[in-house]
Write a protein that binds this ligand. Sequence first.
Ligand code: HEM
Length: 516
Amino acid sequence: MTGQFIKGDVHELWKDLAEKYGPLVRFGPDQVLCTDLESILRITSVRSDYRKSDWYDLARMGDDDNLLSMTDKERRRERRKKVAPAYNGKGAGSHIFNIETGLNRTIAAWTELIDRKYLGSGPIFQPLDIAQSVHFYALDSLGEIAYSQSLGYIANDKDMNDVLKINEATFPWMYLLNNHHFFFRVLRKWPFSMLLPRAGDKAGLGAIMGHTTSIIDRRFNFFHSSSSSSLEKSSSPEKIPVPQDMLQSFISHGLTRPELQEEVTVQLFAGSDTVANGIRLCLLHLFSSPQVYRRLQAELDAAYPFLSHKTCPPTPGQERPISYSTCLQLPYLQAVLKESLRILPPVVTGGFYKDVPLGHGHGHNGGEGDTIAGYSLPPGTKVATGAAIYAMCRSKQVFGLDADVFRPERWLEAEEEAAARLEDESAARTNVPEKNELLGEAGRRLRDMEITLGLMFGHGQFECVGKKLAMMQMNKVVAELVRRYDFNVLNPRRPCKVENALMWFVKDFWVRVERR
Ligand code: HEM
């Protein structure tokens, strides 16, 4: 087991432990790993008294807390109320802004770059490191959605500020700190604190933070320099429209200047590698499964037939990226994404520990602590609710005997089976029962599959606030790449390097691209 830990296979270690010892495994003096679905749902539910543990210190970026790092319930509730509208496209006043517009701009810029620089023709081609390029997409699209301007990675097509290079150096530390987070308290103290990213750094996340600081300053100062609260600021002689984006939504929902800094920074931290991994690993599965790739292309071609042949180029205007609502109507695309996220969840062993509350009142403890899967846990015990997502997503009981295999069809089969059962059972009934009553065995299996998979974004009061945005970013770009291009992996012996560092660290994913 120590060997697995050192090798970076801690996800396999948690899986082995869960298989060997069951739904609750104590692996430290006050730490337990939980793989029991119903218990995790209860612990994280909106009404639960559990709270985030000090593990979340890991997510503190600056001098103060952000939504992810906050442990105090009341402060979290207040902060979430202020930031959640932005993630749902709710802007200033009653304005709704379209998150997809910024995404479309980034996808258009990226595919234009691929078409111009990387398309192969016969023996001539320019290798593309798609692991790196996807990261550029994730960063630029975040910039477009959050503050209406790309961060310029696609335009420059290079690792400006060595963000990826510094990631590479930082990820082994994240792996260590995730599993031994008390080290983090040491790291927060001088002189080690000098190693953490800071706005103004010449390289890494700190360099992007410096860039976003100046964007926030300009916007914040401009909109607070006059007392007008109308949707248009008059800056004589012409009126300047209020930009409709996440930053503006944060401002209009009352975030202070320092709070803005924390929330914009955590977006970069929580929303770039995660999304990039979701896309990279989906592409890895697709490139390794030609029958799945072809079936997905056929589905996309049916939705956008004009792009399917080189001989039938699209007319101008038809090139616009596929809409998210169309993506959601494509069952095979949904199945492919779910299946690749299931096999390799982007955040693979994040601890996300929750503290057992004082006097929880459940179980046999007379109001002290909690009982999980039959075990009494004293208050303050740290329950890892996220570390075992890999193990849970490979459960044979939930996903079938071939749970270790990438097979998107399992989702379609489970849906068909549930729908067929629903029809049979409702035909057999004379009264009109609730849908839940009709779930039956097949329906429950599908529900367990969906809910287990969903846990990769957390759940209930702790659910990822960027989930919808992430799903949109992943859906649209996977669909766009597959319908436009064919890819050859350049090194079939090792298509890319994938390592566990709390999130996956994926690099050197070299491909040849051909326009269909
Ligand atoms: C595939 C992509 C993503 C995955 C797998 C993911 C996963 C997660 C997980 C596991 C949590 C913590 C749950 C817990 O505490 O129990 C979380 C929280 C959070 N995520 Fe994401 N995330 C993704 C994308 C994003 C994006 C795109 C953003 C923003 C741009 C984002 C921002 C946040 C924030 C701010 C929180 C804290 C929410 C809170 O505590 O109320 N995430 N995410």
